[in-house]
Design a protein around this ligand. Structure first.
Ligand code: COA
Length: 260
């Protein structure tokens, strides 16, 4: 499929989705959000794709936020609709994908950009990355899950400070907060994400999807995550991947998972 604002390429089991509006620091306009939805959806149902990496084009920005020019004249209803549609199409959608998503944060990750990185399953940053939720400086609050996912990842006090000040933290501070898992050079960012991706892709995709559902259950209101884990654990026993994984171990060979 061809897109106007993103590039999606599969190579060796890894699909890399690059947000490609460098002149606008990859800001998320409506069309880009729709295209990201389609690209994530396509990659998730692609049998060859074991891992998805999402990144921004150029050397300056991952994503500098939602496109401010598109919503500056919105009223209350349009604002509510903007957040609700965006969460459904992209942010919640990414978090709940069956395929692991790694955010390669290659520069500014602000507002919707940090929210997209936080919706990914984990994050790796380059040294020049700057992360923040500056929405209150615009008279609005984060609307793509930022008030929920930031405290989950860094704790309530740090999230309160970041959101109230609207300030940016650098890559090393993000590392010390646990917001990103690694910090590396710009040149090494994608290779490092791909290296982690290859490691993931050797494991059972079926079991990984079950693990994503069980981990996410921990953060869902009214859901007993331990119970979800029990059900997902049990279901694994009925899969071909489980049979192959345990048989390979007992036969002292590497597993060759049939997958989904
Ligand atoms: N929405 C729309 N356009 C954006 C944007 C956004 N979130 N972020 C950057 N851009 C555009 C700028 O308007 C500018 O476009 P122009 O060249 O047509 O004027 C272009 O991207 C380059 O940005 P610029 O501000 O000139 O770069 P800079 O290096 O001086 O500053 C930032 C970089 C990230 C600090 C600054 O762009 C910024 O503060 N962006 C908004 C961040 C934000 O508030 N995000 C949350 C939105 S809810």
């Amino acid at each position: 499929m061809s897109y106007n604002n993103i590039i999606s390429k599969e190579n060796n089991g890894i699909t890399t989705i690059t947000i490609n509006r460098p002149k606008k620091l990859n800001a998320l306009n409506r069309e880009t959000i729709q295209e990201l939805h389609e690209a994530f959806s396509e990659a998730d149902s692609d049998i060859d794709t074991k891992v998805i990496i999402v990144t921004g084009s150029g050397e300056k920005a991952f994503v500098a936020g939602a496109d401010i020019s598109e919503f500056s004249d919105f009223d209350v209803n349009q604002g509510t609709e903007l957040a609700s549609k965006g969460q459904e199409l992209l942010f919640n959608f990414v978090e709940n994908l069956s395929t692991p998503v790694i955010a390669a944060v290659n520069g500014f990750a602000l507002g919707g950009g940090l929210e997209l990185a936080m919706a990914a399953h984990f994050r790796v940053a380059s040294h020049n990355a700057k992360l923040g939720l500056p929405e209150v400086s615009l008279g609005v609050i984060p609307g793509y899950g930022g008030t929920q996912r930031l405290p989950q990842l860094v704790g309530k006090g740090r999230a309160m400070e970041m959101i109230m000040t609207g300030g940016m933290i650098d890559a090393n501070q993000a590392l010390s907060y646990g917001l990103v898992n690694y910090v590396t050079t710009q040149d090494e960012l994608l290779p490092l994400c791909e290296k982690i991706g290859v490691k993931i892709s050797k494991n059972s995709t079926v079991a990984i999807s079950a693990a994503i559902r069980a981990i996410n259950a921990n953060f869902k209101d009214g859901v007993d995550g331990f119970n979800v884990e029990i059900q997902e654990f049990g279901n694994c026993f009925g899969t071909d991947d489980f049979e192959e994984g345990t048989t390979a171990f007992l036969q002292k060979r590497k597993a060759d998972f049939p997958g989904r």
